[in-house]
Design a protein around this ligand. Structure first.
Ligand code: AMP
Length: 221
């Protein structure tokens, strides 16, 4: 199966992607994680990426499609592919379609997670992550079992707020989303509405997972 998860920042794509990739044994590619790893490596490309990412701006298509095309060509993608955060512009969606068409492996489903702006700000501004393993927490909704330690790895210390998770930057990311990512949904709807599943992402993560899993199981049979 090849799936794209679409939705505003904070819609819950990362949480759902991890669960779905594990359940259906798919390669999970998060463009945000891949770009952050490149940035952390401090390469010339990484320094260029930081200018966009820290400001909450989208990285130019030419850069992102190159990075993602390489990741998608990983042989592990043949077992199944779950894309999270990519494509984010119609241009990226077209390049992805062309790449998948070359291998005769079109998308099976686009999952659109709809979420309101106030929910996004509340979720993102409270989000904290483990600097060692990347596990995600929330100040109000998901604190680690032991304060000052990660549940998933041996890290002890402060959990981090991502530089682009401040309210000011989140609002800018939402504007970018409305201007250039929302049209990606229309692009996929025009391409074949039966391929798009719209879910209400304002609900609890378990309810959202259950709805998507039911749909994927129906597709797999
Ligand atoms: P995310 O973790 O998905 O919220 O992505 C964090 C940041 O990485 C975004 O705000 C962008 O600066 C950049 N980014 C991630 N995916 C893309 C993409 N598909 N196109 C352009 N920029 C991206």
């Amino acid at each position: 199966m090849r799936i794209v998860l679409l939705g505003a920042p904070g819609a819950g794509k990362g949480t759902q992607a991890k669960r779905l990739a594990e359940k259906f044994d798919m390669l999970h590619l998060s463009s945000g994680d891949i770009l952050r790893a490149e940035k952390a490596a401090g390469s010339e490309l990484g320094k260029e990426l930081a200018k966009y990412m820290d400001a909450g701006k989208l990285v130019p298509d030419a850069v992102v499609v190159g990075v993602m095309a390489k990741a998608i060509s990983n042989p592990a993608a043949s077992k199944g592919l779950l894309l999270d955060g990519f494509p984010r512009t119609v241009g990226q969606a077209k390049v992805l379609d062309a790449q998948l068409a070359r291998f005769n492996t079109p998308l099976d489903l686009v999952v659109y997670m709809d979420v309101s702006a106030d929910v996004v700000v509340d979720r993102i501004c409270g989000r904290r992550s483990c600097p060692s393993c990347g596990a995600i927490y929330h100040e109000k909704y998901l604190r680690p079992k032991v304060e000052g330690a990660c549940d998933q790895c041996s890290y002890t210390g402060q959990l981090e707020l991502r530089r682009d998770d401040t309210e000011e930057v989140v609002l800018r990311r939402l504007d970018a989303y409305k201007a250039v990512t929302a049209p990606v949904l229309d692009y996929y709807k025009d391409a074949g509405a039966e391929k798009v599943l719209c879910v209400d992402g304002n609900r609890r993560p378990n309810e959202v997972t259950a709805e998507i899993v039911a749909q994927l199981q129906a597709l797999a049979t």
